[in-house]
Ligand binder design. Structure first.
Ligand SMILES: [Zn+2]
Length: 578
């Protein structure tokens, strides 16, 4: 059995702080989910966990080191994080609920949704334990000024001039270290600390010897923090506590019901697994005379996710997923709808656009996620894949394979532009077509990075470490902006176009297994920029070159590409009319 190395609640891993080595595990064990405990043993390749419910039962668990590994049958939770979760939820959590929560809050790591994989290795104090402030304050000019009545510092920060309700809202967003910096600016600022800590218990969670917290305690506590030199650890601790509290709110949504078999693999939602603990699939028949579409959403990590969808027709109603109080109901104006667009990220569906109706929970370019499309074939029937909290995917029920453009989830489309732009398989080169076919077989769609420059392209930069390492980033400069995708921190190879007459005319893409892609951008003035000036071609490596060129009447208005790990693995043209 395998698990990723991260805690599903705080997303942190194993680091120097000793509390991060103790884990609770939730895993599929036969016909049920079992909770266990393991202490990380750095000298063992397989970790041994012991069941907390079945005495004497031990299981071997491999911790997969890859940041792209998605857990399907076993999850780790720091013992402290799980402990807090149970405390915050105020009720017992069944193993099945814990498993469903882990599955729902785990991002899809297999498809590489950009750079949102934060592996935080910083150390921080155990979120469960009480932190005791320093008993003796160092005498400094600052502490003296703050403790002596009547001595004010020159001028308070401008924040204090805000109306108090606004100030309270602003302070809630500040990290503990920023708050400490703010509180120590003046006596007046410090006077906010007491009320703040009462109404926001998570920023300085358990940072007191005295839980009732008299005013003087808090005051001294705050100053004590200001002399503590590892404030950033408190910030990380606050993030963890905040996340645990957010997860605890979701527990009531996770009912203890088991799914009927078959369920679907989180690593391949189009493929069934043999146990009851995977993702579930629903089909929704849209009534012939549907009048209203209902879509509900939940908040997860500060974002909204679609968690249920249904239709109303006269007295009848169909609905699948979780119905929450955040529900939008919109009249379905047209009787037949052919397109559904989706905004998705690594955790699931963020927003839906049903036919010509507006986006229900935000436009993907404004909420920073990937945009996908599904085209109706024959049936008025929708297929939904969901975890216990929210939708993972949604599409029309299709009997034949989806079109090329339906397999692409595209990032960064400016919302002023029409739908997908024109993309087609013939204007797309993959280094490993089989890998992408596999993603389509398993997930239906895969994410690509995209850059849109319309008629405003001014410069292109290619980032790579040279030689055979491939391209790790591309940036394009348009009139007033620069768009970057991938890693753009090295010194790039670059070309500046003599706009408006010089435009990008064609791109040569060289593929030669097993080497990474190489590209040459060429303008209508026959100037070029190549990713590999003195590369493989000189070495006589066998390769093939495909030239991507817009058909007559079209021009290149954007580029899109898939990153595999850190390397550009495919490249395609977005076309617009000339
Ligand atoms: Zn954790």
């Amino acid at each position: 059995m395998e698990s990723s190395r991260q805690c599903m609640i705080c997303s942190g891993g194993i680091c120097r702080a000793s509390w991060t080595s103790d884990f609770n595990t939730v895993l599929v064990s036969g016909n049920c989910v079992d909770v266990g405990f393991l202490h990380f043993n750095k000298n063992a390749s397989l970790q041994e966990l012991r069941s907390l419910t079945m005495q004497g039962q031990r299981t071997q668990l491999r911790l997969n080191p890859s940041p792209h590994f998605t857990s399907a049958e076993a999850f780790l939770l720091h013992e402290s994080c799980y402990h807090l979760l149970r405390e915050f939820s105020g009720a017992a959590i069944s193993p099945y609920q814990a498993f469903k929560l882990c599955q729902a809050v785990q991002p899809d790591r297999e498809r590489n949704f950009g750079y949102d994989l934060k592996i935080n290795s910083s150390i921080c104090p155990d979120p469960c334990v009480y932190i005791r402030p320093q008993k003796y304050l160092l005498q400094s000019e600052e502490t003296e000024l703050l403790l002596q009545p009547g001595i004010a510092r020159c001028r308070g920060p401008s924040l204090l001039r805000l109306p108090s309700e606004i100030l309270t809202i602003v302070l809630e967003y500040l990290s503990p270290s920023d708050l400490v910096r703010f509180f120590r600016t003046s006596k007046e600022a410090l006077s906010q600390a007491n009320l703040f800590c009462r109404t926001n218990p998570f920023h300085f969670y358990r940072c007191s010897t005295n839980t009732t917290g008299t005013e003087e305690d808090k005051r001294i506590l705050m100053i004590a923090f200001s002399t503590w030199d590892r404030l950033c650890e408190l910030d990380r601790r606050w993030e963890i506590v905040k996340r645990v509290a957010g997860s605890a709110k979701l527990i009531p949504l996770l009912d203890g019901k088991r799914l009927p078999v078959p369920t679907f693999d989180p690593r391949a939602p189009l493929q069934a697994v043999s146990h009851r603990f995977g993702l579930c699939q629903d089909f929704l028949d849209i009534p012939d005379h549907a009048e209203v579409i209902e879509v509900s959403s939940i908040a997860l990590e500060g974002k909204r996710y679609v968690c249920g969808i249904g239709f109303v027709s006269g007295d009848s109603r169909v609905f699948c997923g979780n119905r929450t109080e955040h529900i939008r109901m919109i009249d379905v104006s047209s009787p037949t709808i052919d397109t559904i667009e989706l905004a998705v990220d690594a955790l699931g569906v963020r927003s839906i656009k049903y036919g010509s109706l507006p986006w229900l929970f935000g436009d993907p370019s404004l909420i920073c996620c990937w945009r996908g499309l599904s085209l109706r074939q024959n049936h008025q029937k929708i297929r939904v894949v969901r975890d216990a909290l929210k939708l993972r995917d949604l599409s029309w029920y299709q009997e034949t394979t989806p079109s090329f453009q339906e397999t692409i989830l595209m990032k960064n489309r400016p919302f002023s532009l029409p739908s997908h732009g024109l993309i087609a398989e013939e204007h797309y080169v993959q280094r490993r077509p089989e890998r992408e076919r596999g993603l389509v077989r398993r997930f239906g769609k895969f994410p690509v990075e995209a850059m849109w420059f319309e008629r405003d392209l001014r410069a292109i930069q290619i980032y790579g470490t040279g030689g055979l390492n491939g391209i790790i980033g591309i940036s394009v400069q348009v009139l007033s902006d620069t768009y970057r995708a991938g890693a753009c921190h090295l010194v790039p190879a670059s070309i500046t176009l003599n706009a408006p007459h010089e435009i990008l005319a064609e791109i040569d893409v060289r593929t030669s297994e097993p080497y990474p892609l190489a590209v040459t951008f060429r303008t209508n003035h026959n100037r070029e920029l190549s990713s590999e000036a003195n590369g493989l071609l000189g070495l006589g490596v066998s390769h093939s070159i495909k030239t991507l060129r817009p058909p007559p009447g079209y021009r290149i208005t954007g580029l899109y590409f898939r990153l595999e790990g850190l390397t550009l693995d495919s490249l395609g043209l977005i076309l617009g009319s000339a």
